[in-house]
Write a protein that binds this ligand. Structure first.
Ligand code: ASP
Ligand code: MG
Length: 421
């Protein structure tokens, strides 16, 4: 069997869903289809929750508008009077009732209960349409099958229990196509959880691992993995074959095509990952495999915006690395900071991390108790894999470099201001 994953951009309107049906209809293997929420629905649900939690009435309007968006897709697919329409309205009523009730102050828990509806709605609609289009499929509520711990908004899979439930559910004896939600799961106690933003790729990889898939296909609006984001740099090139290691390096450094967590579950079973264009399904795309038989033939450029550069200086001039590194990292891990680069001198440690405004106060408070801490939040990190002198010049010319770090295959720059192409 194989796993197909369709992200928000591929299912943002009726055209996208018809296109999905055409692609799925051509698969000649048993198939699990993992679908994300339509378009920008996850963002919209986040706004609804924020508005509800600050006790504004505006959330009702926002909910109505996201409901209408889904209703319009249902109408465009000519399913207004079908069971699918009813299933959607029922699910919508559940969310409105939930929002009208008492909500707790636990943001992460409430987030999962509310935001998960995006995937429930998209899969109800896509599954209904596929059945009408002749791609007969079973809809699976993954919240009952993919078991996670209760770390809401960033839940971890409980592997053994999930594996048992998954093989009982996706058994291919009564169907050749199953359709389910990415991004969401459920605890043993039956509470909904989410796996982190853009987590549907990860869901697809986890299902592939547990069901021993022979391949995972993520259908994107780009022709595959490119050597740079085409919205950032001109003259990008598609990388036809990429190793798992290269893909992990690229996604960790900021490449957004696939979620950084996706490779690990595939790696354990050497399952190939195909990145293909839903706009041109016949085109080759990129295949990500255990060993690509060599490095990409061109430098690969990756950018991570919204970074913060934090400098941590021991007050007593103790040696930064040998005496303080583990302590500093313990504190950063507790706060939940995602560190992307570390550079140290004798008496200072500089860290480039994802900038989350809500966490600055905590950083200053907890680290500030023991160290002198200063930060600069107007920075971005650029990574070049397989760099050449020309590639370095292209990135650095006329720009102010705060930090440069070089290994044999990778060079990283932290710049103080946004890089223009
Ligand atoms: N819908 C979720 C998000 O936008 C998950 C995903 O798209 O992978 O983050
Ligand atoms: Mg998405």
């Amino acid at each position: 069997m194989i796993v197909y994953k369709f992200g928000g951009a591929s299912v943002r309107d009726a055209w996208g869903i018809r296109n999905l049906a055409a692609i799925a209809g051509k698969a000649d293997d048993d198939l699990v289809i993992v679908v994300s929420a339509f378009g920008k629905t996850t963002n919209a649900l986040e706004s609804i929750l924020a508005s509800r939690m600050s006790r504004e009435d505006k959330y009702r309007e926002l909910l109505e508008s996201i409901a209408d968006y889904h209703r319009n897709v249902i109408i465009d697919l000519k399913m207004a009077n079908s069971e699918t329409g009813l299933l959607f309205e029922n699910s919508l009523s559940q969310l409105s009732a939930y929002l009208a009730g008492e909500c707790s102050a636990d943001y992460d828990f409430e987030y999962d209960q509310v935001v998960s509806f995006g995937e429930v709605w998209s899969t109800i609609i896509v599954s209904g349409f596929l059945n009408e289009a002749g791609v007969m499929n079973r809809w699976v509520d993954i919240r009952k099958v993919l078991v996670t711990d209760n770390r809401h908004r960033d839940a971890n899979i409980v592997w053994e229990e999930s594996r048992k439930r998954l093989s009982a559910t996706f058994n291919f004896s009564r169907a050749h196509v199953y359709l389910t939600q990415g991004f969401i799961g459920g605890t043993l106690g039956g509470k909904t959880t989410t796996l982190g933003r853009e987590g549907s790729d990860y869901t697809a990889a986890v299902l592939a691992n547990m069901l021993d898939a022979t391949g995972v296909y993520v259908w994107k609006d780009v022709p595959g993995l490119l050597n740079a984001d085409p919205q950032w740099l001109k003259d990008t090139e598609r990388l036809p074959v990429v190793s798992y290691k290269e893909a992990v390096e690229m996604t960790f450094s900021g490449a957004k095509v696939i979620h950084p967590k996706t490779i690990r579950p595939l790696h354990n079973k050497s399952i190939p990952l195909y990145v293909k264009s839903f706009l041109d399904p016949g085109a080759e795309g990129t295949i990500i495999v255990p060993d690509a038989g060599g490095a990409p033939s061109v430098p690969v450029f990756v950018k991570k915006e919204d970074q913060i550069m934090i400098s941590i200086l021991p007050r007593d001039f103790s040696f930064a690395i040998s005496e303080n590194l583990s302590r500093i990292f313990m504190i950063l891990t507790d706060i939940g900071i995602k560190v992307n680069l570390v550079q140290a001198s004798a008496v200072s440690i500089n860290i480039c991390a994802d900038h989350e405004a809500e966490r600055i106060g905590e950083i200053m408070k907890l680290l500030g108790e023991e160290f002198r801490v200063v930060y600069n939040d107007n920075v971005e990190m650029v990574t070049i894999r397989h760099y050449t002198p020309e590639a370095i010049e292209k990135m650095t010319l006329g720009r102010q470099v705060m930090v440069e770090q070089r290994t044999r295959k990778t060079v990283r720059f932290v710049f103080t201001r946004p890089v223009q192409s």
